[in-house]
Design a protein around this ligand. Sequence first.
Ligand code: ZN
Length: 479
Amino acid sequence: MFTLRKKRVGALLVFIVLIAAVFVWSIADTELAIALNGSDRVEIDYGETYEEEGAAGRLVERTFGQELFSIRPSVVQNDVRKEVGTYQIVYEVRFLFQKATAERTVVVVDREPPVIELAEQKDTELTPPGEPFQECGYRAVDNADGDLTDQVESREEDGRVTYTVTDSSGNTATAERIIRYIDTEPPVITLIGSEHMTLRTGETYNELGYTAVDQIDGDLTGQVVVEHQIDSQKPGVYEVLYTVADRSGNRAAAKRTVTVVSPSYDPSNNSGDKIIYLTFDDGPSPYTEKLLDTLDTYGVKATFFVTNGYPEYRDMIGEAHRRGHTIAIHTYSHDYSDVYSSKEAYYNDLDKMQEIIVEQTGETTTLVRFPGGSSNMVSRAYCKGIMSLLTRSLEEDGYHYFDWNVSSADAGGTTETSVVVDTVIKGCSGKRASVVLQHDSKGFSVDAVAQIIEWGLRNGYTFRALDENSPTAHHGVNN
Ligand code: ZN
């Protein structure tokens, strides 16, 4: 019995040892493995939550690659936070004396730029033109960095302010403010080509163009409205009207005068047919500037026999010269008792006027008209025979004196503009060359000029200023 028991125990021991040997042998031939679920590098946006995907561990038998069993890894390190940065998660599995680890990198990135908010500009904060813009406030906030207002950079250029800010991840935001200026200045319309055009009947009016610029709004050329009612079949004076307004409602206007003339009209006509020389004595006066504007309207050149009657308007002599009119000598004093008292007195008066003309125009003139004309008889009362003497002497000295062959009746015959118009028209009708006498010292006579010119243009007359070769329309000398 005892022997039998011993034998059994012995067999059992052998069995146990065998099992243990097999077990130890099989364990020694295993490997512990760990694998991440998902990628080993995960990028998430700032504000997004990291979802842990975990890892899997297993024990594998080496010889046949057979998985013996799986083991759940534990996370031994995880410092992932919500702030922008790079973090590590470490997973580990252990089995007896074996250990395996795996790492995952988690990157929190900020791809969202900051937001710049501009304070609304109030009307009271409008910028006066030419002055720097007064900042009226802004704020910059970033999803990750928070308030970045003090890092905003602003730059003013060409009527705009540009704001820029960059967050710590390098995301840049920009905003732009258009500066609102106080604009009280209207735009400026500039006509291309002359303000006065002449068309022959039947010719088509072609717009020569224009530009419009506003100090605040810039180029407004495209917004200019052009209006006219030119009837090129009908001689007359027409206006082309140009208007434009800036954004602040400041309006600007310009006009071009288009004169439609009958086909025989030729401003460069030198042949001598149907010419009217408008001449004006006794100025410059308070009315001369208006006369110059009227003449400009029609592109007509005239002749001014000037005096020193209104010294305060003396600069109109220079102005008339600059605008292309002829400046000629009438008299300095227009005082017959002095001017015609002697040849010396006449020349003294003439020279004084010449001096003013040189001062105003930079040039001397050789064109002269006697006070009262060469046929005046009033001179006889002061010096007998003086007109005969002066007319000869002036010619010898290189001067050319002019009288007139069309009177306007403005020297005493009338004070009515309409009478001046009628008298001049009647006087010019049928003449090949008319030297018209008017006085720009008389407002009612100056007012007649536009109608006289329109009549002349419609009827094929050419208006010219006098020069040394023009007809002199001499009167007979009576003293
Ligand atoms: Zn006079």
